[in-house]
Design a protein around this ligand. Structure first.
Ligand SMILES: NC(=O)c1ccc[n+]([C@@H]2O[C@H](COP(=O)([O-])OP(=O)(O)OC[C@H]3O[C@@H](n4cnc5c(N)ncnc54)[C@H](O)[C@@H]3O)[C@@H](O)[C@H]2O)c1
Length: 437
């Protein structure tokens, strides 16, 4: 397994759980040392237990030879972040392909788990052939796990997608998943590559769609939570990814939307829908600031507490987290920004004070913004929090709280797409405890 990140570690651990011998190789010495010492360098629920249970079947190394010698499969789970142009950065993928030594015994198969642009498989095949590695196979086996539930997602996937140049190679890869019951989609390599990009682009589209519906709700006096429920009960649509909020983030959706948009553009097609999905998402993050301004006027000199930093709950992943945009927009408007997250403690958020507890974050704050729907935040509308704040205003960026109960607890409340409950309080009125409802 090349790559000891969210995908590589989870996939490696779960393959060990299925009874396979796994060697995980990374290029980061600190990461490998920690894994060798029995530590888990990322936060992913349940992963520590799977690694511990299978410690005799999984090893960690920096050494390519140690990883590949005797291997039947060379899984690639390295990062493919966006470049400045929006294309996927495939340097880590190419470094893996170029590091595979000549003269390996047997006929190992390179299996691509990393999310890559359509056409990558063809390029890798050509590069392998060019290096004389004609006996090495190639299969695309994209990954659909979600951070926060990655172990369960691997063990109970909605489907396995396997795209191969040769049927026998697909058979061999599928044999690795023996014991896992699910639908199998066998296809060619480009289609497998596109399944992954299309799936993430579609999920992102649903999020931007419901966020636009939420914005309309605010103008016409409808409640997006009820609207989404009514829409999602249609069996043709389903309820998932219809939760309005402050936009999507993370290491996959933004990158894969950009990558597909760019791929289409490079191929001569303007994917207009994805342009809109992207723009809606950028605006959605920034709407938090206007919501705060609606209640507080200018942000200059105001103290804002951001509750949650990770791009979603149950992960420490801060890549492309909406909290970053919100924090820096608030700083740019002259606010003082504090933040709390139970797991994510980033060291690169300059000018933002990280707090150890929710109470520390909200103390004397003019507003609290729920940025990540950590379950513990569902219970923040307490007298303790209310009394600690300079103004008891909650902007609920994830529609986590019950607006009626929150207002009854003495807070001014502003959700996303919930106008019936969002009557703004005048800044002066909010300061007066008698008037703050
Ligand atoms: N994170 C997710 O939820 C998720 C889900 C599905 C698919 N994916 C895709 O899977 C891929 C990996 O994502 P991730 O989140 O695990 O990334 P990550 O950044 O967490 O991990 C990538 C790891 O690869 C290592 N690496 C780089 N070059 C290497 C090399 N030559 N040999 C060995 N290791 C090397 C890096 O040091 C890093 O530890 C990406 O293409 C991503 O789009 C991610």
């Amino acid at each position: 397994m090349f790559g000891a990140g969210y995908v590589g570690l989870v996939t490696g651990a779960c393959f060990a759980e299925l009874g396979h011998e796994v060697v995980v190789r990374d290029v980061l010495p600190e990461r490998i040392e920690r894994l060798q010492a029995g530590e888990v360098p990322i936060y992913e629920p349940g992963l520590d237990l799977v690694l511990e249970r299978n410690a005799d079947r999984i090893r960690f190394t920096l050494d390519v030879r140690e990883a590949v010698e005797g291997a039947d499969f060379l899984y690639v789970a390295v990062g493919t972040p966006p470049t400045e142009s929006g294309d996927a950065d495939l340097r880590a993928v190419w470094s893996v392909v170029d590091e595979i030594p000549l003269g390996l015994e047997g006929h190992p198969i390179v299996v691509m788990k990393s999310t890559v642009p359509v056409g990558t498989g063809e390029h890798v095949r050509a590069r392998l052939d060019g290096r004389g590695l004609t006996g090495v196979g190639y299969v695309s086996n994209p990954e659909f796990l979600a951070e926060g539930s990655a172990v369960a997602d691997f063990m109970k996937p909605d489907r396995l997608v396997v795209g191969a140049f040769e049927d026998e190679h697909a058979d061999r890869v599928l044999s690795l998943f023996r014991g896992i019951e699910t639908e199998v989609v066998r296809t060619d390599v480009p289609s497998a590559e596109l399944v992954k990009l299309a799936a993430n682009a579609f999920l992102s589209t649903r999020i931007s769609f419901i966020n636009e519906i939420a914005n309309v709700c605010e103008l016409v006096g409808a409640d997006v939570v009820d609207v989404a429920k009514g829409v999602g009960l249609d069996h043709r649509l389903g309820p998932h990814f219809l939760r309005a909020g402050i936009g999507f983030g993370g290491s996959c959706f933004p990158k894969d939307v950009t990558s597909l948009k760019q791929l289409a553009g490079n191929s001569g097609y303007q994917f207009m829908l994805l342009h809109a999905v992207w723009e809606v998402n950028e605006l959605q993050k920034r709407r938090v600031v206007s919501k705060l301004q609606k209640h507080l006027g200018s942000m200059r000199g105001k103290t804002i507490a951001l509750l949650g930093l990770a791009f979603k709950p149950n992960t420490d992943d801060m890549r492309e987290a909406p909290s970053r945009v919100i924090a820096y927009r608030l700083l740019a408007e002259g606010a003082e920004v504090r933040a709390w997250d139970p797991i994510a403690h980033p060291d690169d958020l300059q000018g933002i004070e990280l707090c150890d507890s929710v109470l520390d974050a909200v103390r004397n704050a003019d507003a609290a913004v729920i940025v990540t729907e950590w379950p513990e935040l569902a219970a923040i509308a307490t007298p303790e929090v209310r009394d600690a704040m300079a103004r008891p205003l909650i902007v609920d960026g994830r529609n986590l709280l019950d607006p009626v109960a929150t207002r009854a607890a003495g807070f001014a409340y502003e959700g996303i797409g919930r106008p019936r409950h969002a009557s703004p309080v005048e800044p002066e009125a909010a300061r007066d405890p008698e008037l703050k409802l």
